[in-house]
Every structure is written in C-alpha cells, then in structure tokens.
Design a protein around this ligand. Structure first.
Ligand code: PMP
Ligand code: GLU
Length: 394
C-alpha cells in the first residue's frame, strides 16, 4: 500500500505557487530575480481596511465565526452584489470562505460526481483543472485562439457539451489572458446554456474591478442564468489582500447550503479578524481602490509597448486583470545560449535562468504555446524585466 493517496499523487502542484517559491529560493541565494510569476498586487492593503482589522482585534474578536461567515459580512456581500453587479441575493445564498480558491473547491466537492464533465475554456486559471479532478470530475478543455482574444464562442461551447456536462468554469476578466467577456458574448453563451438547463456555470469574477474597459458584466445578470450560476469573488486582487484569505460566493440556495455544510467539516469558517476587515472593504465604494486599477492600466500599456519590441512575442490586448499571455511558440525548436527550447516550460525556465525573470508556463493554464507574465510589479521592475527578456532571446 502506498503512503500517499492516488488523489494527491495525481494532483499537480500549483504552478503559480511553485514558480513563486522557486523565485523566492533563488532570491534567498542572492540572485537578482524579478518575480513576474505570481498574481499578487504589489500594493499594501489600504489603511482603512487595516484599521478595521486592528479595531476587531482590540474589540476581542477571537471566537469561531458562523461557518459561512458573520451575518454582517454576508450582508456586506449582498450589498456589494446589488451595488456593483445588480444581483439580488439573500443571506442563505452567500458563503464566505478562506479565499476564492476554497469557494471553488467547495463548489466542486458539493456538485460533482465521478465522471461529471466540466468545460474549461483554455487558457483557464491554473487551479481549475486540479480542483475539478480532485472532486472526480473530468475537465473538458476548449481551445480558444489569440485572434478571438482567447474567448470561447457559443459554437465552441455547444460543440463541447455532452450528456455528461455538469458545469462550465471560467473567469472574466480572465486569469491568465486578461480577456473580458462583453454582455453580448455572455448572452451568446447563455443562448446555448438555456437549451441545457442541467448545466451550471461557475463565473469567477475575482478581477471584476481590474477592468480597463469598464462595465463588468456578471453571468448571473444574463437572462435565465441567475438560477444556474455560482458567482465567485473575493478581496485578494482589488483590495490587495491576498494573504488575508477571504473569498465569497453567491449561488442558488441549495448549492450555498451544501458549501456551508462541507466547510463546517473542513475549516469551520474563515478567519475572524480578516472577516471583520472585509466588512469595511466591501461596504466602501470601489472608488477607494481605483488608484490601484489606474496604475495597473498604466503598467498594462507599458508591458504591451515593451513586448511589442521583442521579436517572437505575440500578445492580445488584455482588457483586465494584471497579466499578459504572449504566444512564444516561435522559439520552439530553437537553441538559445546552448539551451534547446522545446516548449513553454523550457522557455519559462530559460527566462528564469538566463534573464532572472520569473514567469509561468502556459501549460499550467491549458495553453502550451504561451507564458504568463504578471505585471503586478513596479514600472521599474517591468522595464528591467523586459529589457532582460529581450537580451536573453535576441
Ligand atoms: N480565481 C482566480 C481567477 C485567481 O486568479 C485566483 C488567484 N488569487 C483565485 C481565484 C483565488 O483567489 P484567492 O486568493 O481569493 O483564493
Ligand atoms: N491567483 C494567483 C495567480 O494566479 C495567485 C496564486 C494562486 O492562488 O495560485 O498567480
């Protein structure tokens, strides 16, 4: 009998976290690594949120919270969904978890049976495929093209549906492509989905506010989709709170109740101080964090401008999030500084070793021709990183 379960043996390590760990390790060895691998804002959590956490400590918040989150926090989530997304949820439809990642995990565990298929438009966020697999679901990857801004069309969705399809998972704005689905594009997908009322959608909207074209549209807003959609969100990105570990979902009540049930057997609920801080974060207007979004847009333009000047990189124009996902397949089969580049993983490792820049291979996101570059870094770091990349590949 083996020590470890097949479940964990078959699971891949999170490529984003692994690359960030590797970059940290090399930095500790004294190497001047520029980390563009992790999707983590380089801003501090805003003071008004930190003050709410300090106040919660002083007011002796230290006990277990309700498993699905403090009622005041769930109310703040309801207010946020109404204010920002025109979605009406009630308290039993909301579950607060230890990051959006746990929301996704809960949903997979409570909705998937062995062999249920989950459609993942590629590129998808790194953890979707493994979370689906650990719940014994089967990821069904739908390839998209850079020409279509890496978005799945209604025809592609229709072609991927089988009698075993249980769900579709996607993020908009998308990690890693930065693509944002317009209302018309979501409506076109909904036309297909309305013909298949047994299919549910996980709409991961954690980059909602980091949107450079304005007008975020939630899948649950689209005709006929509210009862079929699990809306996932969290504070990691827009509020620069990755380490606080708070995410939340709004869903049909039966699904939310099931998430509450599994969470009661896994974590007993999210951290109490972080929850108190997030009440303040969500009750404030999103305009409080607009300065970060404005800065991300400046960096997006900077990265695109600089990459434009690097031979062999082809990118779409990301409309949100803080990633670019260039196609670098023109380097496959070439030898750079004595190193053969066979695939995106080789290329990403080459950049780490030769340019001292950490990126993430597109293979982790279901697209083997690209790499992901996070521009959640200072403009100086971005300029230096792309200068080094340019030198390393020329
Ligand atoms: N979804 C997407 C698309 C992400 O990029 C991330 C990464 N933070 C998550 C979910 C998980 O976020 P959290 O930090 O709230 O667990
Ligand atoms: N979501 C971020 C990323 O894609 C953080 C890492 C993670 O949660 O895996 O880089």
């Amino acid at each position: 009998m083996s020590l470890l379960s097949e479940r964990i043996i078959n699971m891949s390590t999170s490529a984003t976290l692994a690359m960030a760990a590797k970059a940290r390790e090399l930095k500790a060895e004294g190497k001047d690594i520029i980390g563009l691998s992790l999707g983590e804002p380089d801003f501090n959590t805003p003071d008004f949120i930190k003050e709410a956490a300090i106040q919660a400590i002083n007011e002796n918040y230290s006990s277990y919270t309700p498993v699905d989150g403090y009622a005041e926090l769930k109310q703040a989530v309801i207010t946020k969904f109404k204010r920002d997304n025109n979605l009406t949820y009630t308290l039993p439809q909301i579950v607060v978890s230890t990051g959006a990642k746990q929301c996704l995990y809960n949903v997979a565990m409570v909705m998937l049976n062995s062999g249920d298929e989950v459609i993942l438009p590629c590129p998808y966020w790194v953890s979707y495929s493994d979370i689906v697999k650990v719940a014994e679901g089967v990821p069904v990857e739908v390839e998209t093209s850079i020409e279509n801004d890496f978005k799945m069309t209604a025809a592609q969705l229709e072609a991927a549906i089988t009698p075993k399809t249980k769900m579709i998972w996607f993020s908009s704005p998308c990690n890693p492509s930065g693509s944002v689905y317009s209302r018309e594009e979501l409506e076109a997908l909904a036309v297909v989905l309305r013909k298949h009322p047994n299919i549910y959608v996980v709409s991961d909207e954690i980059y909602e506010h980091i949107n450079f074209i304005g007008g975020h549209v939630s899948m649950a807003e689209i005709d006929g989709m509210y009862d079929k959609t699990i809306t996932i969100n969290g504070v990691s990105k827009a509020f620069a709170m990755t380490g606080w570990r708070i995410g939340y979902l709004g869903a049909p009540e039966a699904i939310a109740r099931a998430c509450n049930k599994i969470q009661g057997q896994v974590t007993s609920g999210a951290n109490c101080i972080a929850q108190r801080a997030v009440i303040t974060a969500l009750n404030e207007s999103p305009s409080r964090v607009q300065f970060m979004i404005d800065e991300f847009k400046v960096r997006r333009d900077l990265v695109l401008d600089l990459l434009n000047d690097v031979d062999g990189f082809t990118t779409n124009t990301p409309e949100g999030a803080f990633y670019v996902f260039p196609n670098i397949s023109s380097f496959f089969g070439k030898t750079l500084r004595g190193k053969k580049i066979n695939n995106a993983t080789d290329f990403s490792l080459y950049l780490l070793e030769e340019a001292l820049v950490a990126t993430v291979t597109g293979e982790a996101f279901g697209n083997p021709n690209c790499i992901r570059i996070s521009y959640a870094a200072s403009q100086d770091q971005i300029i230096e990183a792309i200068k080094r990349i340019k030198e390393a590949v020329s």
